[in-house]
Design a protein around this ligand. Structure first.
Ligand SMILES: [Zn+2]
Length: 234
C-alpha cells in the first residue's frame, strides 16, 4: 500500500536482471535503489519507505558534508588546500598562474582563454593541484617510507574520483592529487595506509595493526575521511 505522505528524498531506480533482492545506496548525496529487473513500482516504493529511518541520517550527513566542504568554482567561491578553506578569486592576465595565501587562492587566466571562465579556472586548478602533488606529496611519501622502513618501487600521482590512493603488487603507490585538499594529518594517514600495503596486500587485522603502529589515530582518520567525499567530485 502506498501511504499518502511524500518521501523526504528522491531516489533513482536501477534495475538488473542478475539481481534477486533489493538494496539501497547513498552516494554523494543521492539515493539509489537497486532491484531485480521486474520489481513492481509499488513494491519498490513501500520497500524504500520501510528504510527511511536508515536513509535519512546518512543522507543528511552527506548533504551537510557537501555544504561544508563542497568545492565551489565561482568568484568568491570556496576551495580547500591542506584542510584550509580559501576564497577563490580569478582575473585575466598575460600569463596563467595560481597563487595561494592564508585566506585566498587567486587564479590568473591567460587573456587568450576563450571558453567559459569557470570551466577554464576549474581545469587550471586541477592541473595546479596535480603539479603541487608531484612536488610535495611524492617526496613526502618517499620520506615517510624511509622513516617507516617501507620503500615503494615508485610513487605516482593520478586523478581518481573514488579513492585516495592505491598500492599495486609491484610496490607502486599511486596517490590521488585530491589528497592535497585534506588536512595534513589525514594526508599522512593515507600515505601510511598505502605504505603499509607494501607489507600487507590486504585489509586484514595484521594490516590494521601495522597501520595503527605508525598512525595510532587511524580510526578517527577513517571516520573523518567519510566526510571529505566532496573533494572527490569537483
Ligand atoms: Zn587499503
Amino acid at each position: 500500500m502506498n501511504s499518502e505522505t511524500e518521501l523526504p528524498f528522491d531516489y533513482r531506480i536501477v534495475r538488473s536482471r542478475k539481481r534477486r533482492t533489493a538494496s539501497l545506496m547513498i552516494d554523494k548525496g543521492r539515493v539509489e535503489v537497486r532491484v531485480p529487473a521486474l520489481a513492481d513500482e509499488c513494491w519498490i516504493d513501500d520497500w524504500v519507505r520501510s528504510k527511511v529511518d536508515w536513509v535519512l541520517p546518512r543522507l543528511q550527513r552527506q548533504t551537510q558534508a557537501l555544504e561544508q566542504r563542497g568545492i565551489d568554482i565561482r568568484q568568491g567561491g570556496r576551495f580547500f588546500v591542506n584542510g584550509r578553506e580559501l576564497e577563490l578569486q580569478w582575473s585575466r592576465g598575460r600569463q596563467s598562474s595560481v597563487e595561494v595565501d592564508d585566506y585566498r587562492i587567486e587564479v590568473r587566466l591567460s587573456a587568450r582563454v576563450r571558453r567559459a571562465e569557470s570551466e577554464a579556472v576549474r581545469e587550471q586548478l586541477q592541473q595546479w593541484m596535480a603539479q603541487q602533488a608531484e612536488q610535495r606529496l611524492v617526496p613526502l611519501c618517499q620520506a615517510l617510507g624511509r622513516e617507516l622502513g617501507l620503500k615503494p618501487s615508485a610513487v605516482r600521482i593520478k586523478n581518481y574520483r573514488r579513492k585516495w590512493g592505491q598500492c599495486d603488487t609491484r610496490g607502486v603507490i599511486t596517490l590521488n592529487w585530491r589528497i592535497l585538499h585534506l588536512d595534513p594529518a589525514l594526508q599522512r594517514y593515507i600515505l601510511v595506509h598505502e605504505l603499509c600495503h607494501l607489507k600487507e596486500m590486504n585489509h586484514s587485522s595484521a594490516f590494521w595493526r601495522l597501520v595503527s603502529a605508525h598512525c595510532p589515530e587511524y580510526r578517527e582518520s577513517r571516520r573523518l575521511l567519510t566526510e571529505t567525499y566532496p573533494y572527490l567530485i569537483w
